[in-house]
Structures are given as C-alpha cells and as structure tokens.
Design a protein around this ligand. Structure first.
Ligand code: ZN
Ligand code: ZN
Length: 419
C-alpha cells in the first residue's frame, strides 16, 4: 500500500509533503529501466515543466494580490511578489519574475500551455513566448501576436532558436520598442574589477548586445588555438586574448595619453631581481601585487628602461633617461627577418610580438639580430615563466622544448555556452 493512498483514505493528519514527493519521484520513472538514462531525463524534465507551469499560475496570483491589496506586502514582509518568491522559494530574481510573467500571459497562451502539458514543447519555450507576448502588449495591433504561429515554431525548434525568431518578430512589429530596449542596455554597461588575496583580478560586468559583439569579435581571432601543442580550453584562450589585446594596445600606443604620459606598464625593480639573483626582492608594478623575477625579465626583454637612484628613506635622488632596450632600427630589421612569432606553428604578426633575447641582456646577451627572436605575448610568457626552452635546428628552424619538470597547471574549465 502506498503512503499517498493511506493519506487519502484515512482521517490521519496529512502526510508530510516530502513523503508524497518521495513516492512521486519514484513513480515518475518507475516503469523505465535504470539504464534508460535518456528516457529518465526526458521524463523528469517533463515533470519539472509541468510543475513550473503550476508554479507560474500561483506566482501570477500572488503578484495580482500584491497589485490589488497594499496590505499583502506588509503582511508578507516583501516589496513585490517577485522578491517574496526569490527569497522564500530560494531562487533567482530572473526565475521569479519570469514565472510571474508566464502566469500573467497564460490567459492568451492557452494552446501553448496545453502543449507544455502534453509534452510537445518545454516550459523554456513557453517562457520565451510569454516574454514576447508581454513585450507586444501595448501595441494593440491585433492579431499581431499570433499564438498559433509561435507555437508551431516552438514545436520545430530549440528554445534558443525560438528566442532568436521572437526577437526578429518583435522588431518587425515594434521597432521603437526594440530600439528603446537596446538603448537601455547600453546605459547599463558596466565593468568591475575586484582583487583577490593573491592579487588575481576578478572581472565581472555586463555589455549590451552590440558592445558584447564588438568585444567578442575583437577577441575571437586572438582566442584561436595557436602553434603546436596548444591544448588551452576556450575560456583560457579568451582570458589570454583580452590580456594580449590590452598589451598590444599599450605597446602600439593605441591608448590615449593621460597627463602627457603614454600609458604603459610600469615596473620598479632592483638590479639583483632583474638578474635573478637568489634572495632578491620581488618587483613592484602599478595596479598589481609584487611580481616575480622571471616576469620582470620577460617585460624587460623588450622595454624602455630607466635607472632610478633611491637615497636613504626611499627618496628618489636621480632618474636617468628611459632608453629602449631594442632600438627602433634593430626592431625593424628583426621584423623584416622574422615577420611573425617564431614559435613552431605560430603566425602572430610582428606588431603583436615582442623582441625576445635568447640570452637575456642582463646576463650579457647582445641586443642584435643574432640574439633576438620575435615571440608573441603568449609564447614569450611560455619561455620566461612557463619553463619552455627554445633551440635551433641545423636548418635554422626554432624548436620548442617542453619543461622537464611537472609544474602545476590550473584545472581547465569547460563551460557550456548558451545557444
Ligand atoms: Zn624574452
Ligand atoms: Zn606565438
């Protein structure tokens, strides 16, 4: 005998809801074998969608109470129905407000609701259609909103494709509404940096569709796999790409001058650190925590260097003229000879590459063509900080030799991107 049946057939107190749910969860996939994973997933999602449909109806009823009775908010201690749902149903604002919207639009989406109940479309489809219905609400251009047509589209496509179709439809029916939404999206652009304990910078933000597309278009060619042995995942490549774009903008003088100074990375270091002597202190960099000697050496490979003499109490007593390590004429000759990054298989162009000293100038290496190689930002990093070695073959090809030690690597993130 099931617990549900017992509750229904006796005068005992109702069973706690979790007992009913446990029974129900079993029953949902009870007729499917354990190893029918796809069948079980489909069945469970169908049940979730049915529950979401019911949830949206009640959510809209609560929203209606908030709208018509000012005392409801005080009694429930929440400013809006969405806020109450977010907090008490332990969900996000977008889920809460989306549910309310679906519930509010159901009166004109009865065929779509039936299709969810029949398992013909998902709740995700219904949510897209409800958002479109709401957006077209004020237009009063009946029959602009054609439920039949959208339902047919929903049956034939993924929720992502349906969303795309709805955006196009909306623009056809309401171009000013779409333009206004995109205006607001531009006003909502933001970018935030927060610094973690180890100095890493957490980047978060929001861009409008066009701004986001500009960033992605700029990063996309830089985020392609490059050279032999590149096994970085997409997220890592995009992270490298935005650093590369920033470094290139600084190197190429593309960033507007500020206070008559060309913006550049500024590092202050001792000669001992630059030479990598044991016991030497870390170097200081503006906007960063102290950086290691190997990073200083990479940056110094192809940089302007000025001598700064500090007196007692760290007072600067003399600043020499900044001199370019690799002179303009040497760099031009190097660009002509190498043309692009010399890492095997990498073709990042000369203007996106640095002049690398095979034997570093702080170790007595000469700054002439015999001791210089073009390396792009990523491969320059791999040689200085990543432990890779470069060698020349007999026919003057450059060979990249991986580090012999097993250095720690960050676990690779694999995130699914939205359709
Ligand atoms: Zn270098
Ligand atoms: Zn390269």
């Amino acid at each position: 005998m099931s617990a549900v049946a017992a509750a229904a057939s006796s005068d005992l107190a109702p069973l706690p809801v979790f007992l009913i749910i446990d029974e129900f969860r079993e029953a949902v996939v009870g007729d499917l074998p354990e190893d029918d994973l796809t069948g079980r997933l489909e069945r469970r999602q169908y049940v979730i969608d049915r529950l979401k449909l019911d949830f949206s109806k009640d959510a809209a009823r609560l929203a209606a109470q908030f709208a018509t009775d000012g005392a409801v908010g005080d009694r429930l201690d929440a400013p809006t129905a969405g806020e109450w749902i977010r907090h008490n149903c332990k969900t996000t604002s977008s889920v809460a407000y989306d549910s309310i919207n679906v519930g509010e639009q159901l009166h004109r989406l009865s065929k779509c609701a039936d299709a969810v109940a029949a398992g013909e479309i998902g709740f995700a489809h219904l949510s897209v259609i409800a958002r479109t219905a709401k957006a077209l609400d004020g237009l009063r251009t009946e029959p602009a909103f054609a439920e039949d047509e959208l339902l047919q589209r929903a049956k034939e496509s993924s929720a992502g494709r349906l969303w795309h179709y709805c955006m196009r439809l909306r623009h056809a029916l309401d171009p000013e509404g779409v333009a206004q939404e995109q205006r607001i999206a531009v006003e909502q652009r933001r970018l935030q940096f927060s610094v973690w304990d180890d100095g890493s910078v957490l980047v978060s933000g929001q861009l409008d569709p066009v701004g986001g597309a500009a960033l992605r278009t700029a990063l996309e060619p830089l985020a392609q796999p490059m050279g032999e042995g590149d096994d970085r995942c997409l997220e890592r490549r995009q992270g490298d790409a935005i650093v590369e774009l920033s470094l290139h903008s600084l190197d190429a003088g593309l960033v507007p001058q500020h206070a008559s100074q060309r913006p550049h990375l500024q590092v202050t270091t001792t000669l001992e650190t630059l030479q990598g002597f044991p016991g030497s202190p870390a170097a200081d960099m503006e906007f960063s925590t102290p950086i290691s000697a190997v990073t200083v050496q990479r940056l110094a490979c192809d940089a302007n260097v000025a001598r700064v003499v500090f007196g007692p109490d760290s007072v600067v007593v003399d600043v020499g003229r900044a001199a370019r390590v690799v002179s303009g004429s040497t760099r031009r000759a190097l660009n002509v000879r190498d043309q692009h990054c010399r890492w095997p298989g990498c073709e990042r162009t000369a203007s996106w590459s640095a002049a690398h000293h095979v034997v570093h100038w702080t170790q007595g290496g000469r700054t002439d063509l015999s001791n210089l190689l073009l390396l792009c930002h990523r491969h320059h990093w791999m040689v200085h900080e990543g432990g890779w070695k470069l060698a020349r073959s007999d026919d003057d090809r450059v060979l990249a030799i991986p580090p012999t030690y097993d250095y720690w690597r960050a676990p690779q993130l694999r995130l699914s991107s939205r359709e």
